[in-house]
Design a protein around this ligand. Structure first.
Ligand code: PLP
Ligand code: COI
Length: 350
């Protein structure tokens, strides 16, 4: 294990691994993935990824468990989602098994970068698919490169499980209703910068509304949104059913973390509902959070709607339902609880 990395201090930043993994696609054929220490590409200036944004990426993690074993979480789902993104941008889909071999190779060549158990850090993989054909006429290329970049990372937001404030910005839309929001492509993130950079400068992050009406919650800048609704009795005490609510929209990324949390929420007896959620409904929620691979569950203390001079507050501390879900997910990822759903691939132990 690397002695020069302060695992407990890592944030969501790139740390140079020893190796990345690459595989090129030419004439309809993928080459076998190989590991290389070279982190630079020799890319034509007119490559379609540079000229027309023909690019997709993924994000997934490997965890060193309580038993010392390394678990990769739901990589097949990332492989399938990348195939959907590839279809969306007219790229050659990376075969699932090739994706898996590349992730495994990236892990095996960088075992020293898998953070120790108990530090809150993980080994993050950033699979990347780019169009490499030189082209000036507008259209997709026919050559591609698949790359897996591993990097040890810490929490996406500062602090391990702590609240973040989100702000609504109606001047910027992340993705159109039937645009590329459902795919994990770089352009969605570039188009968000105008809003996210303002929010980040104020120590916050963004919630994007549906681009058609600016009425419904779509998602957070790099995460899905979840809200918890509890019924209150006449004297204001929580009673009855607890509901896990998450937006349904054609413009948002189908989050693998959200899918996992919905499964765990059902197991805990929560009612899980996926539907359009009006921004004002935040006032009826007792807890809210962003969820995704990078941010896991990041509880929200407040959502600001400056245009309407409104603040939706959920309290300064993470609520009980989201805390229970966070623990349940982490327990599976770190091997502290049974992996009933077969989400983890145990790769190696030392
Ligand atoms: N939504 C967006 C825009 C994201 O960038 C991410 C991160 O990958 C997610 C949602 C969460 O998806 P997942 O849980 O699969 O990481
Ligand atoms: C992830 O959650 O893995 C992401 O890719 C989100 C973001 C860091 C781009």
């Amino acid at each position: 294990m690397r002695q020069d990395i302060n695992w407990g201090e890592l944030g969501f930043h790139y740390t140079e691994p020893d190796y990345i993994v690459r595989a090129a696609y030419h004439d309809g054929v993928w080459e076998e993935p190989y590991a290389t220490e070279d982190k630079f590409l020799h890319l034509h200036v007119s490559a379609t990824c540079l000229q027309y944004g023909q690019e997709a990426f993924e994000g997934l993690k490997a965890f060193r468990g309580v038993d010392g074993k390394i678990r990769i979480f739901r990589w097949r789902d990332n492989a399938r989602r990348m195939q959907k993104s590839a279809e969306g941008l007219f790229m050659a889909p990376v075969p699932e098994e090739l994706f898996g071999r590349a992730i495994r190779l990236a892990l095996e060549k960088n075992l020293d970068f898998v953070p120790p158990y108990g530090t809150g850090a993980t080994l993050y993989f950033r699979p990347l698919l780019i169009g490499t054909t030189p082209r000036l006429g507008v259209g997709p290329g026919r050559d591609f490169e698949f790359i897996v970049i591993p990097s040890p990372i810490g929490p996406y937001y500062p602090g391990k499980f702590h609240c973040t404030t989100f702000v609504v910005n109606r001047n910027v839309d992340r993705a159109a209703p039937y645009g590329t929001g459902q795919f994990k492509v770089g352009g969605n993130y570039a188009s968000s910068f105008r809003a996210t950079e303002i929010a980040h400068a104020a120590g916050m992050d963004c919630i994007f509304l549906d681009a058609r009406q600016h009425k419904y919650i779509d998602e957070c800048s790099a995460a899905n949104f979840i809200g918890i609704k509890r019924r209150l009795s006449a004297d204001g005490q929580p009673c009855g059913e607890i509901e896990y609510l998450t937006p349904k929209s054609s413009a948002i990324l189908p989050s693998i973390t959200n899918d996992s949390l919905m499964t765990l929420a059902r197991e805990m007896g929560l009612k899980v509902t996926r539907r359009r959620i009006r921004l004002e409904e935040l006032a009826q929620m007792s807890e809210a959070a962003a969820c995704g691979t990078a941010c896991v569950i990041s509880p929200i203390d407040k959502v600001l709607d400056p245009e309407n001079e409104k603040i939706y507050s959920f309290g300064p501390e993470p609520g009980p339902v989201l805390t229970a879900l966070y623990r349940a997910l982490k327990d599976i990822q770190y091997g502290r609880a049974e992996d009933k759903y077969g989400w983890c691939d145990i790769v190696t132990s030392d």
